[in-house]
Design a protein around this ligand. Sequence first.
Ligand code: PHE
Length: 341
Amino acid sequence: MSDALTRFDEGLQLILAELERGAFQAATTEQELREANARFVGAQGSLTQLMKLMRELPGDARRPKGQAANEVRARIEQAFQGRLASLEAEALARDLAAPFDVTLPGRGVTPGRLHPITRVKHELLEIFESLGFEVVDGPEIDLHENCFDRLGFPPDHPATDMQDTFFVTHRDRGDDVTTLLRTHTSTMQIREMSRRPPPLAVVSAGAVYRRDDDATHSPMFHQIEGFLVDERVTMADLKGVLQRFLERLYGGEVEVRLRPSYFPFVEPGAEIDARRPGGSWMEIGGCGMIHPVVFEHVGYDPSQVSGFAFGMGIDRMAMVKFGVPNIKLLFENDVRFLGSF
Ligand code: PHE
């Protein structure tokens, strides 16, 4: 017997003996099992090494020894697959037998929430409601006359320019009716006063549109409009309402300053500035005493009633409240940003 033949036979016996001693049974994980398998048939495995002896065997022994080796290989494969199946069955049985822990935290469903602008808007409306104002809603597409003409804008006012306003003209019952995306919520003064007699105290908030686009201006933004009409209403009433409103909003002392300004639909007109103790002045909107021409356009008698109106930007207040540096962030609908408030 050649030396190679002896070594081959002994090697095969050793492999079989190792298999029978339970080389695979000892594996308790799939990882361990695959490692054990590789020790037989991997690149450095004992059977793989043994096969290299093949070409040293006498010619007539190669065929029967090759068959013997293949049988051993088949037994290894069978034992491997058998153990793999039993490991999987054991894992499944363990899972099924494990107690079901009802106290484990569930997989959370992240609830939706209101947009920061909506939250600030609700807060503002609630304050005015508590001061006795009625909350109303109005359309974002409105008539040219409600947005401009009946508010006393002259026909060639720059605000009515294509550069500043988004127009949506359409034909209605054969007439040419000019409609547009409202450029301010002052449309609500005309709409509400036209539909009922004084006295009234109304607030309305919503989106408005202008052809503006930079870090602090978005083509769509939000305003809150308030107006009050009665007998003998004065600018002191206006300032008092703004003062109360801002105190509630900021939860403390606030200074209010009315800085003379011009809007076609008020006289006198002013910018509203506010300042908290130690802070700097911040412009928050416009206001004034409703112009007699507006009363005439809605069928009120300017000699009988007077009133005030104010309009404020909501987005700027939300930016200050939440520390948002760029107005665009509010409208990009990125939940990573919106969810951070
Ligand atoms: N509508 C004005 C604007 O958008 C603000 C305003 C409202 C001014 C009411 C006076 C009275 O700029």
